[in-house]
Write a protein that binds this ligand. Structure first.
Ligand SMILES: Cc1ncc(COP(=O)(O)O)c(C=O)c1O
Length: 408
């Protein structure tokens, strides 16, 4: 299995939409075949449509607030000694996280498809908040599916979704988290696809949703390439790019434009609480391939092959599956995956928020935890960049309950 250098990663699938012959595909009910085919054809056309690309770039700049800052974390670098640490502060995008890129593109597609309704899933609440924001902007009626456990633990984003005029559909089946929200959202779409466009909040699901999401978030690395060239004159050798991995959209966006360079990719999954056997790290913990949400991927599962229970302090990473694109990057050894525990993520959140003027949410705090471990072992000629893809404000209640106080 090999990655081809000159072909966009999202297009490196076979005729069955499988990456490396093993991951992805469209494992969908018959009723979704036509809507998925239609969306696949429409997106193939829009990707080459000058007017659509012009609109996308216009809204990325004038609505999302692109480019987001690229800053040096001087205090953290001095404190740790070793590699120089930078952050791409994607949490400065409109709404506070990378999910706004995917949400904006989906709304533009829905308008082109003549749909008046849009639905989406959410875990941490950012995908839902962003979709509700973009739906309001583009005049679409919006429903957000969210697990009941996540509704309780991500209150600020729940409030934002409501204020944007979207309906929240609480999902109280299964683990009441993201995995159930995605399932419920897809189920709703089966019966309403004639009038309604569906946005999947990460690089998961049937192939077309993986493609649209990765294509949209790739803007992050397009910006970063320019910012790096301005800072260093060129892309430094063996640049180290750290990103948390839930479904995998933020990491795909952060790495996309570096695919054919010698940049090293570090994906960090949710290891869960130190004392628990549960986690949300299928790539790190050797999970087997299974089918989840219409695609083959490594997935946390029990001995009978049923989707397994996960646990993480971070709602955004608390998902048993992982994008087929990341499975492909793992098997081709293009990216390295490991996990950070709840406790390590909390410590990293504290250290970064105390030393710097950014305050990463619990998802990117997993990536910071790993960078903080590795940086002191490296020489200052090494450059580490962490994608700070979400703001901690949404995690205020959880952080207060665990640490007694909240710093930002
Ligand atoms: C801030 C933030 N980072 C990361 C994630 C994980 O998702 P993904 O791996 O698709 O970026 C989420 C998901 O909700 C999130 O809100």
């Amino acid at each position: 299995m090999k990655i081809k250098k000159k072909i966009p990663l999202i297009d490196q699938h076979d005729k069955n939409y499988m990456y490396g012959g093993k991951f992805g595909g469209n494992f969908i009910p018959e009723t979704l075949k036509k809507p998925i085919d239609d969306l696949t054809k429409l997106f193939a056309k829009l990707r080459k449509d000058k007017k659509f690309l012009k609109d996308r770039d216009y809204y990325f700049k004038n609505y999302v607030g692109s480019p987001t800052p690229f800053i040096k974390l001087e205090n953290l670098t001095d404190y740790l000694g070793g590699a120089q640490i930078y952050a791409k502060v994607v949490s400065e995008a409109n709404g506070g996280a990378h999910k706004i890129y995917n949400a904006t593109v989906h709304c533009l597609i829905a308008k082109r498809a003549g749909k008046k309704f849009i639905i989406g899933d959410t875990g941490a609440g950012y995908a839902g908040k962003m979709l509700s924001m973009a739906a309001k902007k583009f005049g679409l009626k919006c429903k957000i599916f969210m697990g009941s456990k996540d509704i309780k633990r991500q209150r600020p984003n729940v409030e934002a979704i409501k204020q944007n005029g979207a309906e929240i559909v609480p999902v109280s089946t299964g683990s009441q988290t993201l995995v159930d929200a995605v399932s419920e959202c897809m189920r709703y779409w089966v019966s309403n696809c004639d009038t309604t466009h569906m946005c999947v909040g990460s690089t998961v699901g049937p192939n077309i949703f993986i493609k649209i999401c990765a294509w949209s978030t790739a803007q992050i690395s397009r910006e970063l390439v320019l910012q790096i060239k301005e800072e260093f004159g060129k892309i430094p050798r063996k640049l180290k790019l750290f990103n948390c991995v839930g479904g995998g959209s933020s990491a795909m966006g952060f790495w996309n434009e570096f695919m054919d360079t010698d940049a090293e990719f570090y994906g960090i999954e949710a290891g869960g609480p130190k004392k628990s056997k549960l986690h949300a790290a299928p790539l790190t913990n050797g999970s087997k391939i299974g089918i989840l949400h219409g695609a083959a991927q490594y997935v946390v599962q029990d001995k009978e092959g049923q989707i397994g229970t996960t646990e993480s302090i971070s709602a955004g990473l608390d998902y048993p599956g992982i994008s087929p694109l990341h499975c492909f990057l793992k098997d081709t050894k293009r990216a390295k995956y490991s996990s950070a525990s709840d406790e390590e993520a909390l410590e990293a959140y504290q250290l970064v928020s105390r030393l710097e003027n950014i305050s990463p949410s619990l998802e990117p705090s997993h990536a910071f935890a790993k960078a903080i471990k590795i940086a002191p072992k490296l020489k200052p000629t090494n450059i580490i960049i962490v994608n700070s893809c979400g703001d901690s404000i949404k995690d205020k209640d959880i952080i207060k309950s665990k640490l007694g106080s909240y710093i930002r």
